[in-house]
Design a protein around this ligand. Sequence first.
Ligand code: C2E
Ligand code: MG
Ligand code: MG
Ligand code: MG
Length: 287
Amino acid sequence: QAKADGRNVYRFYHDELNKASIDKFNLLQLMRKALKNNEFQLYYQPKLQLSDQRVIGAEALLRWPQADGSMISPDEFIPLAESSGLIVEIGQWVLQQACLACSRWQQQGYDLTIAVNLSTVQFRDGKLEQQVQQALTAAALPAHSLEMELTESLLIGEGDNIAQQLSALHQLGIRISIDDFGTGYSNLGYLRRFNASRLKIDKSFILSLCLSERDEPLVRAIIQMSKSLGLKTVAEGIEDSATAAQLALLGCDEGQGFYWAKPLPETDFLGYVSAELMNEARTTKPD
Ligand code: C2E
Ligand code: MG
Ligand code: MG
Ligand code: MG
């Protein structure tokens, strides 16, 4: 009896493992196909200047729509794209599309910047600078309109190779942000080493800023430190007006979050931006 049970347990794990690796294989095949068929989309989340809540740009976020109308979240497919190396091609597509979109907005008269998320895997073949240059040229977008977000935890243990490439990008005029700050080692040396000019506080500290007494001193300290290093501070995950007001009071420069808007398809993003501008014009019009 015990023997039979043991075998069943074994078979169960065996089947589950098999299923997991087949799923990964399928997912990778599906991602390749999606890239080839242009199925990926970029959504844009407004970024605002906290002092006056003016829209200053957007973060481009990758979306993978499914046939049934659902969406696979980037948190579910980016890790496999990174471990398989496919992120290099996906990332290039993201860069190209994001630069083109931002250039369209600027041509329509909107003074906006675009931030793109980068994986450290994209630095491995040493061709990133060239790809960035190409994307900027093809879109006729000035380098200073492009911002690159690199997750703190991905930079841990990364060496001179990435630092050198980031330095070259920085020389071009591209802005570099350390994303999800506070979740890794929060090593201050990273900020200098990777030429960062912006520090993005992770949303896990912002979501509960007005609820948890533990978060306020931490966020305050990050903003103070960032300021004394001459960096701009950005907060992600702002979901209500109280948090926006609190962050502005603490001296945080920029923010994004569901309070203003979720990541939106380009048309909706532009709708949001033009409505905000109209609002602004109304409230600042002299009587
Ligand atoms: P991230 O770069 O830290 O992006 C911010 C995430 O926070 C986004 O999740 C956004 O939808 C979410 N967010 C923004 N405001 C709020 C808010 O007020 N409340 C809450 N609860 N969430 C908010 P998303 O779009 O699911 O992306 C997840 C992560 O996937 C990103 O985190 C980024 O690390 C990665 N990612 C997305 N697009 C790309 C891409 O093109 N390339 C790479 N390498 N990674 C990407
Ligand atoms: Mg980001
Ligand atoms: Mg982040
Ligand atoms: Mg993140």
